[in-house]
Design a protein around this ligand. Structure first.
Ligand SMILES: [Zn+2]
Length: 468
């Protein structure tokens, strides 16, 4: 048997939708395709569900084995909810679902141990998408012959921890009856899970198969201490100390869950590994958490410890993917799932860093907002910016009048790593894998309105860049 890993960044314009396929082949039977294990991490906005669902169908996926909602933000799990609601093919009937876990019953009473109870049905302080998410899962599980299960149902996602002001590096987590800790998922392998509940969850990994391990959850991250040992640490931007004065518990609890960026910081993060090939994906995780991850991901800070391909978190926001993080991970390629709404995605700083890097051979974008003239666009349209590739060939083509430009249907970017690719040393000058994207088959300028009178047809050809 041999394996091939595919990582598909589905073009959802805003948000993320990343499909991971582990495909198995029979070497003794002319490499016959035996089947695949499928994991979908996020599903874009609700309005992109049709695209994502069709994409899964086009990949021949009749059942989705595993699904992840990295965090409860519409552009990451809105599409998942709608796909489950309208699943005409039953692809979710046996899906194992991972997310941050259950919200707490009451922020303000959280520190009163006697009332420290989580009500899984309580949704009054979470948005309506979350209610729909829970009911869509229930709707499928209520049907006969379905085994859909939300593995993280019993995880306490409420991230507040108890601090001793005399020993502030050692936060403790209040025990919540019948619930496991917010960092329960960290260290778990999720692609090959076989048990259907939190308590008994286990993973049975076939020999030689790609794996997906959780490295970040609910502001807890896998990191390394001064001795190089792996530890799990709580990382937050909240100022929980003010000199000797510590805020009241209820106020810390309140801020941990309502601060502007709190949701992003709680994103689930994963490392995908296939032989010597490694890939990083972490929703909208932010610099505070990511910078604690890199001592774990590349402990000796050398090329052999590189993470081959990185998906910059938060669509390339400046509040993720620090220069130190990129420098330490030493990716050969970066793939952005970029947005249309937000002018700051991807950030100039990150683009500049990738342009300047002598390790990064190319970086790819699923989309680039045509209606903005910020630095990344200028960088990408600069002739020297030879590393940037926008799938669909829309990148930097609209300097004049882009108003009519509609986002391309085909704007996906996916990676293929063969069994032979996975055996190339990570310390090699040229790690091997292929990146596939869409490119227009006609002169790019026919996009422009003045040349599109009559019937301009858009044809997209699939192109492949072999990284080797
Ligand atoms: Zn996002």
């Amino acid at each position: 048997m041999s394996w091939t890993l595919e990582i598909h960044h589905i073009g959802v314009i805003d948000g993320d939708a990343t499909l991971i396929l582990a495909k198995e082949f029979d070497d003794n039977n002319n490499g016959k395709f035996l089947g695949s294990r499928a994991l979908l991490i996020d599903g874009g906005e609700r309005k992109r569900a049709t695209k994502v669902y069709k994409y899964l169908q086009d990949q021949g996926i009749n059942k989705l084995d595993v699904m992840v909602a990295t965090h409860y933000d519409e552009d990451h799990y809105g599409g998942l909810v709608k796909m489950m609601e309208n699943d005409g093919r039953g692809i979710f009937n046996t899906t194992m679902i991972f997310d941050q876990g259950a919200p707490p019953s009451n922020h303000f009473n959280f520190y009163k141990d006697s009332s420290m109870v989580i009500d899984p049905n309580r949704t009054s302080d979470v948005n309506t998408t979350f209610e729909k998410y829970i009911s869509a899962i229930k709707q499928i599980s209520d049907k006969s012959n379905t085994t859909i299960s939300r593995i993280t149902t019993k995880v306490n996602s409420f991230d507040i921890v108890r601090y001793d002001k005399n020993n502030k590096d050692k936060p403790t987590i209040p025990t919540v009856q019948n619930y496991v800790s917010p960092h329960w998922l960290i260290g778990q392998e999720i692609l090959w899970g076989s048990d259907s509940n939190t308590e008994n969850y286990a993973s049975n990994i076939p020999q030689g198969a790609p794996t997906v391990h959780c490295i970040a959850a609910n502001k807890w991250v896998q990191t390394g201490n001064a001795n190089g040992n792996a530890i799990v640490s709580f990382m937050t931007t909240n100022n929980i100390y003010d000199g000797n004065k510590r805020d009241d518990d209820w106020y810390i609890a309140y801020r941990e869950n309502t601060e502007k960026q709190g949701k992003n910081q709680k994103s689930l993060g994963f490392i995908v590994q296939f032989g010597n090939f490694r890939y990083y994906v972490a929703g909208d995780l932010m610099t505070t958490q990511e910078d604690a991850l890199y001592p774990y991901l590349n402990p000796n800070n050398n090329r052999a410890g590189r993470v081959t391909v990185v998906k910059p978190s938060h669509h390339g926001s400046n509040e993720s993917t620090s220069n130190a993080f990129l420098t330490r991970l030493r990716p050969s390629t970066a793939i952005f799932s970029t947005g249309k709404k937000y002018k700051s995605h991807p950030a100039s700083r990150i683009i500049g860093q990738l342009q300047a890097s002598n390790l990064v051979s190319n970086y790819y974008l699923t989309y680039l907002n045509p209606n903005r003239a910020s630095t990344p666009l200028a960088l990408l349209t600069n002739n020297s910016a030879t590393k940037a590739i926008v799938s669909g060939d829309w990148g930097g083509r609209w300097n004049d009048s882009p108003k009519e430009a509609k986002p391309p249907e085909k704007s996906d970017v996916y990676i293929t790593v063969t069994d032979a690719d996975s055996r190339v040393s990570s310390d090699s000058d040229n790690p091997k894998f292929s990146v596939h994207y869409w490119n227009a088959s006609f002169p790019r300028y026919s996009y422009y309105p003045e040349q599109s009178s009559g019937s301009t047809e858009y044809h997209f050809l699939q192109r492949t860049n072999r990284h080797s």
